[in-house]
Design a protein around this ligand. Structure first.
Ligand code: SF4
Ligand code: SF4
Length: 254
């Protein structure tokens, strides 16, 4: 639990920062801190030598920083910083209070659904590059929530998408992160290589399964000696949940 308090404290500060900017108190807009904006701006930079729409160098710098972070510590950005990841996790904890035996998505279906994020990623980039507009805004929970359905949202469609996403988050833990997040798709290959990861000591593991029950991403640490899975956020919930001393540890290893 100590790690969770630390994570939640950090994410609360970052979420408060985004809200502060979204309310117009800062000198920058909250969108300036969207790393996926860096990805959306690449085509414009390459073709015209300028950033698309309202994007700027900070978006690109954040994207590069997060890709480097993924090479070091996998998807730590998602588990320790992302406001949408934080809100999704809070939704999971809240529904967990009243829904103790949540039905799990069958493993086979889950594997396929996790590929949806690549379709979202491809569609977002295709339409952004084709039109020069930030098409994702109308469907992006981060933008819709913090802009209060600002410029780029598309009325009823945006509402339907956001409500469907919220329902998804309440039904399936980390629904948006697991299945739809295009930023997650961007750094999946980097996360696979991340060298700081959770490592399991097979000799003392009792295969009790507590680690999988605790994992927000529904990974199964007890089936792996090193958690190389692209979706591991190094949140350390599994480490805290493991009843055996030092069976799961965070280590720097290939
Ligand atoms: S919680 Fe610990 S002991 Fe139990 S299966 Fe997972 S790694 Fe093994
Ligand atoms: S495997 Fe462990 S560290 Fe990775 S996401 Fe799951 S609970 Fe977090």
């Amino acid at each position: 639990m100590k790690t969770r308090y630390l994570r939640y404290s950090l994410m609360s500060i970052l979420l408060a920062g985004v809200v502060y900017l979204a309310l117009g108190f800062g000198t920058r807009r909250f969108e300036d801190f969207c790393p996926f904006g860096g990805m959306e701006s690449l085509w414009g930079l390459w073709r015209q030598g300028e950033f698309s729409c309202t994007l700027g160098p900070l978006n690109l710098a954040l994207l590069i920083g997060i890709l480097v972070l993924a090479l070091v510590a996998k998807k730590a950005f998602c588990g320790w910083a992302c406001p949408i990841g934080f809100l999704s996790e809070l939704g999971m904890r809240l529904t967990g209070l009243v829904w103790h035996k949540r039905p799990a998505v069958p493993a086979h279906t889950d594997r396929w659904l996790r590929l949806l994020r690549y379709a979202v990623f491809a569609l977002a980039l295709y339409f952004t590059y084709k039109t020069g507009e930030l098409i994702l805004r109308g469907y992006d929970p981060f933008f819709l929530i913090f802009s209060g359905f600002g410029h780029g949202s598309i009325g009823l469609v945006s509402w339907i998408v956001l409500i469907a996403t919220v329902i998804g988050v309440l039904l399936v833990p980390m629904f948006f992160c697991r299945y739809l997040c295009p930023l997650g798709a961007t750094f999946d290959p980097f996360s696979r290589l991340g060298f700081i990861k959770v490592v399991r000591n097979d000799n003392h593991c009792t295969q009790c399964g507590a680690c999988q029950l605790a994992c927000p991403q529904d990974l199964a640490p007890f089936k792996m000696n090193k958690i190389r899975h692209r979706d591991c956020t190094n949140c350390l919930e599994c480490v805290d949940a493991c009843p055996e001393k030092d069976v799961l540890q965070l280590k720097a290893t290939l």
